[in-house]
Design a binder for this molecule. Structure first.
Ligand code: NAG
Ligand code: NAG
Ligand code: NAG
Length: 303
């Protein structure tokens, strides 16, 4: 009798507590979202600037100063870390990188990776994976190697198929965990319209539709890219997502100068809770638009 009473007493004490804890978890997921900020660094591309690689390095240094002065949880650099992979360029990058006191996730671009050999060198030089993902405050950040994703070079074939599978797996797993998804990579999915012709800057039509179908299916609203050396936002036909393009700190071909995209995440709903602001690189003496367009860049397609 005493035991039963005790159990009932204990149950009546523990059960509501257990219910309350479960309830709290639900509440935390719905209402306990913690706001955060992050930044998007464009092509750092040491060696591409018209004023010499030392000045590209100086602008990377300025970017580190500027980022350190903000309360970002992390930043993502969207590829092309150096222009030619010359050892002095990589050395300059490695020497300057520790100046960032904020975690900066590094992505590869076509100047970093254009073969399996350079893919392996990228991983070794920067001590990172060429594609990866992480979760932060209810958001999943998926960072793709767009070179292997969109290339049809035979030597990349196993990497390409493995990365598509990995991408889909990340999308499914984020959805299963009720996480909002933000995607980043180097190349633009498209520049003006979803069905435009292939160009140097964009995902070829061969894979563009497959990519956009996944973006729409998994309710991705934000995509961060580089490569274009311009700063602008590109919108889906149905306005369901925004592609943020930022020029970076080596060269720009528009009137927006060198700069960094700042993001504020104010809610657990990425459709309405993510706002972006473009901020010029501070401390630059010369904001000079580059004439012409790049040439002699690594080709990542088979012919
Ligand atoms: C490159 O930077 C140096 C000093 O940091 C500066 O004196 C020089 O004018 C810069 N070059 C150009 C072309 O802006
Ligand atoms: C490489 O990265 C790992 C994991 O992020 C870290 O523990 C290690 O210290 C890094 N190595 C070098 C040489 O930076
Ligand atoms: C490789 O892809 C490019 C761009 O999509 C295309 O122009 C080219 O024809 C493809 N080459 C082969 C051999 O599949």
């Amino acid at each position: 009798m005493k035991g039963t009473l005790g159990s009932i007493l204990l149950l009546s004490l523990v059960f509501p507590l257990a219910l309350a804890v479960t309830d709290m978890r639900g509440l935390l997921k719905r209402d306990g979202f913690k706001p955060f900020r992050f930044c998007q660094l464009g092509d750092i591309q040491i060696g591409f600037g018209l004023d010499g690689w030392q000045n590209d390095t100086q602008r990377m240094h300025l970017a580190a100063q500027q980022v350190n002065g903000q309360d970002f949880d992390f930043c993502i650099a969207v590829g092309d870390l150096t222009n030619d992979r010359f050892s002095y360029e990589i050395q300059a990058f490695q020497d300057t990188f520790p100046e960032f006191k904020t975690k900066v996730h590094l992505l590869p671009g076509n100047h970093d990776i254009s073969s399996v050999a350079t893919l392996k060198e990228f991983i070794a030089d920067y001590n990172v994976s060429d594609h990866s993902a992480f979760s932060h405050n209810g958001y999943r950040f998926i960072m793709l190697n767009s070179v292997t994703l969109i290339s049809n070079l035979t030597e990349f074939a196993p990497y390409t198929s493995a990365e598509w599978k990995w991408f889909e797996h990340q999308l499914v797993s984020a959805a299963d965990n009720d996480e909002e998804i933000i995607v980043s990579h180097h190349h633009l999915p498209f520049e003006f319209t979803e069905d435009e012709a292939d160009s140097y800057w964009t995902f070829p039509n061969r894979v563009r539709g497959k990519y956009l179908d996944l973006i729409k299916k998994y309710n991705v609203h934000h995509i961060m890219v580089g490569h274009r050396h311009e700063t602008k936002n590109i919108y889906a036909t149905d306005n369901s997502f925004t592609i943020y393009v930022v020029a970076g700190t080596a060269r720009f071909f528009d009137d927006n100068g060198f700069g960094i995209n700042y993001f504020d995440v104010s809610s657990g709903n990425s459709a309405t809770g993510v706002s972006q602001q473009y901020v010029h690189l501070q401390g630059v003496s010369l904001m000079k638009r580059s004439p012409g367009l790049p040439n002699g860049c690594p080709d990542i397609f088979a012919h």
